[in-house]
Design a protein around this ligand. Structure first.
Ligand code: AMP
Ligand code: MG
Length: 420
């Protein structure tokens, strides 16, 4: 199929239309049970419900004395109240005796409140006098008492399905007694680079050749978003070699294939052709920059059909296309609830001129000021300039209908920094 014919067959889609199409037929993968520490960064497959209250018993928030609050109602500096200390209670034990009127039990943080007591007075607010303590102010009911269930109530959903687990979630799982948890399987994502000019990372750099950057940046993105990369190496611009590598990926059980290079209109842009021959092209070209020649479809080989994202080969285009399309596909297969990138509002420091009607994703570094974030271009915005991606905190979104952007323009910035 020739370039012009394809251009007529496939209208350019908006980013949203293209995102909707890549997600259309995806299903959430199955769940597996893993030890909670291995679940960090994984997506919870089911709601987690607490089987009991946390804390399970009312306990003291401070080291001090468990008392009956009413004993201190009249206490003052001039007329302190004297209470007899009957015993001592460390954390981890239950008091054998109650607190009765006129007495107190010495109690350590976390120890259950003894029967009869309704408040705790911390050491610093008491004066010791042999087996007595003196309290010089009224202590209200409930002072320093942590109630049973104040953190979590039995039956509460403590963590909702679709959540990507963070360290505090792992702590919560431990506190409700879960040593294992059900998370979604990691999507296996085949990563293939194409191009006669592309050579392996450790191959000699013969004249005319460049190293395979995309195979690694894309595989790192797969890891970052919770997938498992399946490295398929490099295929030259040759129909049967591309098919061969894809078949190998499919045999390894990939759920998604990302290919870089070979989706433009050049004579050697074979990936589109393979997609058309061995499956179907769903769409080609998205109204964005970088990343316009993106091709999406399905390939059926070795008896299985897998979604294929054909991304342009320039290193920044491949990464930005991945962010906008492969990332939501991975998150969708993971059943992640929160699919949106983290974004911040910022004010542009630089001018952007000569803009066309595509949505531009501009590499920026963020400066935090008293008036919010200022976004500075990180330099040459060419699609092949990986340094300006390395320098970037994020991608500023310049909308389709802006013909230019003046310094001071307000933009949204997709954050690239964290692991979400
Ligand atoms: P293509 O999309 O195949 O036309 O490639 C566009 C540009 O990206 C060309 O300059 C390629 O040499 C370059 N390129 C393609 N694949 C890679 C890769 N895996 N790593 C680095 N650069 C690449
Ligand atoms: Mg190429």
């Amino acid at each position: 199929m020739e370039g012009r014919e394809l251009t007529e067959m496939y209208p350019m889609l908006s980013v949203e239309e293209a995102q909707e199409r890549v997600l259309r037929h995806l299903k959430m993968l199955e769940a597996e049970s893993v030890p909670i520490l291995s679940a960090l960064g994984r997506v919870l497959a089911r709601d987690v419900i607490a089987g009991y209250d946390i804390p399970p018993h009312a306990n003291t928030a401070m080291d001090g004395y468990a008392i009956q609050a009413k004993d201190t109602e009249e206490a003052s500096v001039d007329k302190p109240v004297r209470l007899r200390v009957t015993s001592e209670l460390p954390a981890g034990y239950v008091s054998a005796e109650p607190v009765t009127a006129g007495t107190a039990i010495r109690i350590m943080t976390g120890a259950p409140i003894p029967a009869g007591a309704d408040a705790v007075v911390r050491f610093e607010r008491t004066r010791k006098d042999g087996e007595f303590i003196e309290i010089a102010q009224p202590i209200p009911v409930g002072k320093e008492v942590r109630c049973a269930g104040e953190d979590v109530k039995e039956g509460d959903i403590v963590l909702k399905r679709g959540r990507r687990l963070r360290p505090q979630d792992i702590g919560m799982l431990a506190s409700i007694g879960k040593s294992e948890v059900e998370v979604t399987m990691r999507p296996r994502v085949g990563v293939l680079a194409t191009g006669d000019e592309v050579v392996a990372i450790d191959a000699p750099l013969a004249p005319g050749k460049i190293r395979n950057a995309n195979g690694y940046s894309n595989a790192a993105q797969v890891l970052k978003y919770g997938g498992e990369p399946v490295l398929l190496g490099i295929a030259s611009d040759n129909n049967s070699e591309i098919k061969d590598k894809i078949r190998r990926g499919i045999e390894q059980g990939i759920d998604l294939l990302v290919v870089s290079g070979g989706v433009s209109v050049g004579d050697f842009d074979m990936v589109k052709r393979v997609l058309a021959q061995e499956g179907e092209i769903d769409f080609w070209r998205v109204r964005m920059k970088p990343g316009k020649p993106l091709a999406f479809g399905h390939i059926t080989l070795a008896g299985r059909s897998v979604p294929v994202l054909g991304m342009p080969g320039n290193p920044v285009s491949a990464m930005v296309s991945f962010e906008m399309f492969a990332r939501p596909m991975i998150l969708s297969m993971l059943g992640a609830r929160d699919m949106e990138h983290r974004m911040v509002r910022a004010v542009l420091a630089d001018e952007i001129s000569g803009k066309d009607d595509r949505r531009h994703f501009v590499r920026v570094k963020l400066e935090e000021t008293e008036d919010g974030y200022v976004a500075h271009l990180t330099g040459n915005q060419g699609s092949g300039i990986l340094t300006s991606m390395v320098e970037a905190d994020g991608l500023a979104i310049i909308p389709e209908d802006w013909s230019r952007a003046e310094p001071g323009a307000r933009v949204q910035v997709i954050l690239l920094g964290d692991m979400l």
